[in-house]
Write a protein of this length. Structure first.
Length: 396
């Protein structure tokens, strides 16, 4: 039995897949703790895993841009590092989300093994530019160079705190560029928790950073009685929700879109506090997407990795309104797969455009269902667990 700590920094959609992976590891006899934000503890508790608090929350008062995300983290970086260290003192293995690099230093100090568990395709490649930067192709050399530069530049806000943290750990200095160079030279493993049916594996990705398939939640609570009654009471509704993100005017756009849609609608309040007080419209709180989406006709969402995956799994067309970070990348993949119409960036979203896109989305059901059939053949969690045991865990 191994003691494993998963460092999950991000929003709900970032962390829920880690609870699914952690549950599978725990079912195999390992002791698993997820170090994440207090606001997400219920998901960890529901999975029956240990919880360790990371002392930072992102809030929902303004859009969570990549720059704001970095600033919020940088202000608490040393505190987060100490929390990761406390959680991982007896760990055999640390599994690190893309922003969980503090665990890389902790593992070096404690002698634990470590590896990445990424939900986005962040490995440099000639095939596409870095998803957190742009969706505009930069050419083969440009795509690779931009990804390498971005991962170093992305660490600069934390460089001073990282240096201090390594000093506290008794480790020699290791700047951002040197850290990534060391990880590459040591063939530091990374598992990618998405499907090659959605993002084809680039030919230049190294063998030690495989794509496993999605890490779907298993079990957990069902749909609320009120939601079940609404779903049972008529045609499959349109779902509208933007998860952990909020933005100016979003509530008004959603309200006006729903008012003129003429269809049954489910609006998920989310961080933006969305609501729509109309006939045949139900406003809901947190509900499991993997149970809800198969019973909808169209899913209108922000293009987060987890929500996009859940819609594709359900075989339901998506209308994607990307805000920031990797969302434009996933939005473009949905359209490329024929699982939804051309995405509408948040800055261009109007009630009329959204209503038109929802009407067009119905014609993309065949493409969405084709992707769903491919995803149904994969078991990303079993593949990931096998990779973890093969690559980094000692023989039990």
């Amino acid at each position: 039995m191994a003691t494993i700590v998963i460092v999950g920094i991000g929003t709900r959609g970032d962390v829920v897949p880690y609870t699914a992976l952690g549950s599978a590891l725990a079912a195999g006899g390992d002791r698993v703790t997820i170090a994440t934000h207090a606001s997400l503890r219920s998901h960890v508790d529901e999975a029956g895993l240990g919880f360790a608090d990371l002392p930072v929350e992102f809030g929902a008062d303004r859009p969570l841009s990549s720059a704001r995300f970095a600033r919020l983290l940088a202000g608490r970086w040393l505190d987060i590092g100490e929390a990761v260290l406390a959680a991982a003192r007896d760990a055999d293995l640390l599994l690190l989300s893309p922003m969980g690099w503090l665990g890389y230093h902790v593992a070096q100090a404690t002698g634990a093994a470590s590896m990445g568990v990424f939900l986005q395709p962040l490995e440099p490649t000639a095939a596409f530019p870095p998803p957190l930067v742009t969706t505009r192709p930069l050419g083969a050399a440009g795509n690779r160079a931009a990804a390498r530069a971005f991962r170093v530049l992305g660490q600069l806000p934390f460089a001073r705190a990282n240096a201090e943290f390594r000093r506290r750990l008794g480790l020699p200095p290791l700047g951002p560029a040197a850290m990534f160079r060391q990880a590459d030279e040591q063939r530091w493993p990374v598992l990618h928790g998405f499907s090659s049916a959605v993002v084809p594996v680039p030919a230049d990705w190294p063998e030690h950073r495989p794509v496993t398939g999605y890490w779907w939640p298993r079990g957990g609570r069902g749909l609320s009685p009120e939601l079940r009654r609404f779903l049972d009471d008529g045609e499959p509704p349109v779902f509208v929700g933007f998860g952990s993100l909020a933005a100016p005017r979003l509530r008004d756009v959603v309200e006006q879109t729903v008012a003129g849609l003429g269809r049954r609608v489910i609006v998920q309040a989310g961080a933006a506090g969305l609501t729509a007080g109309h006939r045949d419209v139900l406003t809901i709180g947190d509900e499991p997407h993997h149970l809800l989406f198969p019973r909808t006709s169209v899913v209108v969402h922000h293009g987060g990795a987890g929500t996009t995956a859940a819609a594709l799994r359900a075989g339901v067309p998506s209308v994607v309104v990307p805000f920031t970070a990797d969302q434009p990348f996933w939005a473009r993949r949905v359209a490329a797969l024929g699982a939804g119409p051309t995405p509408i960036p948040l800055r261009r979203a109007t009630p009329r455009r959204l209503r038109d896109a929802i009407a067009v989305a119905d014609s993309h059901r065949t493409g969405a269902e084709a992707v769903s059939r491919q995803l149904a053949t994969e078991d990303g969690i079993a593949t990931a667990v096998a990779e973890i045991r093969r690559r980094v865990l000692p023989v039990q």
